[in-house]
Design a binder for this molecule. Structure first.
Ligand code: PMP
Length: 436
């Protein structure tokens, strides 16, 4: 059995995370809802790895499909050449996306998915002869990965301030949150009009300068923020009115996380582009997929040849092994009806999470589908409480949660059962009791 490395191990791979370096937390294997640590503990995965292992760990259908694929066709270049599975996967995927989004561009991660979508949006306006539309609009607290495009439109200032000049001409909508209002199934009842701020930004710069708005339907990594009812539809109406593209970043909300295949379907909104990754392959192999509306696709296919400046793609776009993993993953989602799990268990999940409101140290609890966020009142050192509870849960409660400053995030694999939810909430309750 492998033992945890010591903190001064010179061979440790580089990480900018000092807390991890001081106190490595390691996993050795995983099955179903649980990880195994090198010291032999079972740790409940209440975050689906990193919001991605939606069908639970160790799925043999996926590992067998991957292994068969490596033996059969280990690699094939795409763009000028291709392989049939890329088509098969694209077809399967577009059956899940909203009607009118029948094309998929493959990449390898959420960050690539976001940069791809931004580039397609910018190039689309050029193809249409609207080259002046170069501005992009993101949202405060939005997380869109770590590429330069993603951090430019992302709303987490800490993630971008060290990196010099980023994309030009980016604005950020305010964070759409209405504390203290009535909730239904985790969604604030009022506040749709917060989207009208977009009209102000458009008036300031002129619609003819704006290419796209990108938002996460539910902001995950920035702390689990659920937009008010009607807010996303209002964004759709305003963007459509002004010829601005709407990109939903569904890297977290895609593949069943909030019920239905995508948040777009769930909220009955058709954006122009959808980014996805994570749950696409159940976390087993890196892959991203950008869904593109037929209108955008057709513009590239029929627009003036000289206007097409979309040189974009990756060596590993539609990698055959990733395609095999994704197809096997979709089979599991379908066969086990996992996209319905967030509806079936959402209410129980909500009740259990909100039971933690009994603690004074808890400032707010937010949830939607099978996503949950618990925010603590910050102590003397902001972020310390989130970290301390996370540590306590990992070592003493044998439950993995995530923390972003003083907010804990949870997003269990969709195979979760009530007893797993109870186990996670008990670990949190014990942790909070022990610490405060
Ligand atoms: N967009 C969103 C909404 C995400 O949550 C993430 C990852 N947490 C990304 C993009 C980036 O994905 P990746 O880490 O795979 O690059």
């Amino acid at each position: 059995m492998m033992s945890a490395p010591s903190m001064d191990s010179f061979w440790m791979p580089f990480t900018a995370n000092r807390q991890f370096k001081a106190n490595p937390r390691m996993f050795e294997s995983a099955e179903g809802m649980y990880y195994k640590t090198p010291d032999g503990r079972s740790v409940l995965d209440s975050t689906a790895g990193l919001w991605c292992v939606n069908a639970g760990h160790g799925r043999t259908q996926i590992s067998e499909a991957v292994s068969r694929q490596i033996q059969n066709l280990d690699f094939a270049p795409t763009f000028q050449l291709c392989h049939p599975m890329a088509f098969e996967l694209a077809e399967r995927l577009t059956k899940l996306s909203p009607a009118g989004m029948d094309h998929v561009f493959f990449c390898n991660s959420g960050s690539e998915s976001v940069d791809t979508a931004l580039k397609i949006a910018l190039a689309y306006h050029r193809v249409k002869g609207d080259a002046g539309r170069t501005r992009l609009i993101g949202r405060e607290k939005g997380y869109h990965g770590t590429g330069f495009g993603g951090i430019s439109v992302g709303g987490l200032v800490n993630n971008r301030r060290a990196f010099g000049s980023l994309l030009n001409g980016v604005d950020h909508l305010k964070h759409a949150w209405t504390p203290g209002t009535e909730f239904t199934k985790g969604q604030p009842e009022v506040g749709a009009n917060l989207a009208d701020e977009l009209e102000g930004i458009i008036a300031l710069h002129g619609a003819e300068t704006i290419a796209a708005v990108i938002v996460e339907p539910i902001a995950g990594s920035g702390g689990v923020w659920v937009p008010p009812k009607g807010y996303l539809q209002r964004l759709r109406d305003i963007t459509r009115k002004h010829g601005i593209l709407l990109i939903f970043d569904e890297v977290i909300t895609g593949y069943g996380r909030i019920g239905g295949a995508f948040a777009s379907n769930h909220f009955d909104i058709t954006p122009d582009l959808i980014t996805s990754a994570k749950g696409l392959t159940n976390g087993a192999i890196p892959m991203g997929a950008v869904f593109v509306s037929n209108e955008i696709h057709d513009a590239f296919m029929t627009g003036p040849e000289e206007a097409i400046e979309l040189f974009h793609g990756y060596t590993y776009s539609a990698h055959p092994v990733a395609c095999a993993a994704a197809l096997a993953t979709l089979d599991i989602y379908e066969k086990e009806n996992l996209f319905n799990k967030a509806y079936e268990l959402g209410e129980y999940w909500q009740e259990q999470l909100h039971s933690l409101k009994e603690f004074d140290v808890v400032k707010d609890i937010r949830n939607y589908g099978l996503v949950g966020g618990i925010e603590f009142h910050s102590g003397d050192k902001p972020g310390q409480r989130g970290y301390d509870v996370f540590e306590h849960c990992f070592w003493k409660g044998n439950v993995m949660v995530r923390y972003t400053m003083d907010i804990l995030a949870m997003s269990p694999p969709l195979i979760v059962e009530k007893e797993h939810i109870d186990e996670a909430i008990t670990a949190l309750r014990n942790g909070i009791k022990a610490l405060y």
